[in-house]
Design a protein around this ligand. Structure first.
Ligand SMILES: Cc1ncc(COP(=O)(O)O)c(C=O)c1O
Length: 330
């Protein structure tokens, strides 16, 4: 990063950013790519590119762009959402077709965009079935909808499924990728798609205040992340598996092992905020997703021993005297 060659990226003159964008476009098999400060901005820009205020966007269960972006989609793009599919974050072409509003109807909002999240954060890092992605995007295109993949963790999906990133990205008009999660860069995300769509994204990135100047210092770290930290995501997946398989032994913790497909473990406890606070006091950082649901994420800064130590803390905090049942969820 210290040695990165830089220029003014607001004018497209930062060589390190331009190189990263080319690398990402090639990796994802798209014409062009755009560097942005965050995955949230990538989602918000994609919504601006493909929708107009009042449009209907078809999304999976509890997507990041509805749950974790402080209402930005409503504020920035003025869209409404139709949720399809179950709590694993997947859905199929029948779900899509049942949700698409008939064109030209006097009262219906236009369905203009379909979104898939791969892997799905709140579902626990689940991988979207590729055959369904292909069928959904093809049906969407036939019905006049654009398609977008929130691929913040697309490379986790690629490693877990053994499919090339370009294959996962192929069905979509636009796809995002985060450099600052499991890939370990300090900041940055990318959008990739057709050249004319990316040109529009450049405008909306600026509108949202995300056009930066000598930002090659961050792009350089992004290039390292793509070159060196993709294959090792398999270690994060193995560590998440280890955590889940240890936690499942506790009667105080509810884990569905078949959700654990990548680097995320979601599990249920009687009181998630207290559980998270107690674990934090012992040095284990977790998120409380709901009053009962907790998320643990593995990444390149936590090795197997650290994950084992985290498990010991979580099991101690959970205790053995409080038995978790799914009726606790209500
Ligand atoms: C699926 C998904 N999309 C987008 C984002 C947003 O990324 P960022 O934190 O860089 O804004 C996240 C962050 O966790 C995510 O899980």
């Amino acid at each position: 990063m210290a040695e990165a060659e830089v220029g003014d990226d607001q004018y497209g003159e930062d060589p390190s950013v331009n190189r990263l964008q080319e690398e990402a476009a090639q990796l994802l098999g798209k014409e062009a790519a755009l560097f942005l400060p965050s995955g949230t901005m990538a989602n918000q820009v994609a919504l601006k590119v493909f929708t107009r205020p009042g449009d209907d966007v078809i999304v999976p269960w509890e997507p990041h762009l509805v749950f974790h972006e402080t209402g930005a989609a409503a504020a920035n793009s003025g869209v409404q959402f139709t949720v399809v599919g179950g709590d694993r974050g997947a859905y199929d072409v029948n779900d899509l077709q049942a949700a698409v509003k008939v064109r030209g109807h006097l009262m219906y909002p236009p369905s203009s965009l379909v979104v898939i999240e791969n892997t799905h954060n709140r579902a626990g890092g689940t991988v979207f079935p590729q055959a369904d992605a292909v069928a959904v995007c093809s049906a969407a295109s036939a019905a006049g909808l654009a398609s977008y993949c929130d691929g913040a963790r697309l490379l986790n999906a690629a490693v877990a499924s053994g499919r090339a990133p370009a294959e996962l990205a192929a069905p979509f008009d636009m796809v995002s990728l985060s450099l600052s999660k499991g890939l370990g860069a300090p900041a940055g995300s990318l959008l990739a798609g057709r050249r004319d769509d990316i040109a529009r994204a450049v405008r909306y990135r600026r509108m949202l205040g995300g056009a930066m100047r000598q930002v090659g210092i961050l792009a350089a770290a992004g290039s390292v992340a793509l070159a060196q930290n993709v294959e090792r995501l398999a270690d994060d997946h193995a560590n998440a598996r280890l955590i889940a398989e240890e936690l499942v032994a506790s009667p105080a913790i509810g884990v569905e092992l078949d959700r654990v497909q990548t680097n995320i473990v979601v599990f249920d406890v009687a009181d998630a905020p207290s559980f998270v606070a107690a674990c934090r006091a012992s040095g284990v950082l977790l998120n409380a997703f709901t009053l009962h649901r907790v998320r643990a994420v593995t990444h390149l800064d936590v090795d197997r021993e650290a994950c084992q130590a985290a498990v010991e803390v979580m099991l101690t905090v959970a205790g053995v005297d409080r038995v978790w049942t799914s009726s606790d969820r209500t």
